[in-house]
Design a protein around this ligand. Sequence first.
Ligand SMILES: NC(=O)C1=CN([C@@H]2O[C@H](COP(=O)(O)OP(=O)(O)OC[C@H]3O[C@@H](n4cnc5c(N)ncnc54)[C@H](OP(=O)(O)O)[C@@H]3O)[C@@H](O)[C@H]2O)C=CC1
Ligand SMILES: O=C(O)[C@@H]1CCC=N1
Length: 271
Amino acid sequence: MTDAGGLRGKSVALIGAGNMGLALLEGWAAQDLLSVSVVEPQPSQRLQEICAAKGYALNGPAAPRDAVVLAVKPQALEAGAAAAAPFVVRGAVVVSILAGKRTADLAARLPTQAVVRAMPNTPAAIGRGVTGAYASEATSAAQRALADALLSAVGGVEWVDDEALIDVVTAVSGSGPAYVFYFAECLAAAGAEAGLPVALAARLARATVEGAGELMRRQPETGPDELRRRVTSPGGTTAAALEVLEAPDGLAALMRRAVAAAKRRAGELSG
Ligand SMILES: NC(=O)C1=CN([C@@H]2O[C@H](COP(=O)(O)OP(=O)(O)OC[C@H]3O[C@@H](n4cnc5c(N)ncnc54)[C@H](OP(=O)(O)O)[C@@H]3O)[C@@H](O)[C@H]2O)C=CC1
Ligand SMILES: O=C(O)[C@@H]1CCC=N1
């Protein structure tokens, strides 16, 4: 395995291996460059398999690590930070993926100020995630590079230099996959209501979202607006539908409200 990010020989502790923690671990295991310790109260079978196959310590004694990745629920921050602290030594960087929790919230509970706040998303589970990240002022360039390499194992990483933007990243790409899945659900439901058998409507909606996403992926130079125009024949069916979606109270207004609600909730989770 190539080691573009300089991960070889680095040591990491992962605190919390649920949906997102496990996705990160899968990415690290595929690269096979790191020494990993995992703390997880209820290890899933998959977690146990990875740890056994890769020789990762699972719920073993704490030891100093180069990086500690915190992946518990925001509501479990106190317990998660307590579990993380023994792994955090001078020079270690803490990478938190907790929604809403500020770098200051983390630093107040951990023996370091070097904290990276990151927001991945669930396509990380197939190596196709995108993560927004912010490094506190106390984070060195080397610590930030290590955090970048750890997060890059499951997809792209976009750094921002204003921590407040992470709440927006959370509302756009962190929560975003749920919006897309919900769109597929709504499209299927509308198709069924318009007369299609329920299962067929679900298959058509799913294949449409998959195909449209893949089309976008394969044409990175073409904006979604242009791809949309290519579907839309003048005076045709798509134009009729888009007139509804583009109405003042249509999809743009709904997305604005949805993103604002998620951003507001991220703010409420801080502290
Ligand atoms: N799901 C998503 O799409 C995304 C989530 N996030 C963030 O990632 C974090 C994790 O989310 P997600 O993976 O979905 O949640 P999960 O509940 O799936 O995973 C959290 C895991 O942490 C474990 N845990 C709880 N307390 C401790 C502790 N003291 N020490 C070690 N492990 C502990 C939990 O165990 P138990 O179940 O036994 O309590 C659980 O397995 C959240 O903060 C969330 O905001 C970020 C981006 C996207
Ligand atoms: O819903 C949540 O709070 C988490 C953060 C982003 C996606 N899931």
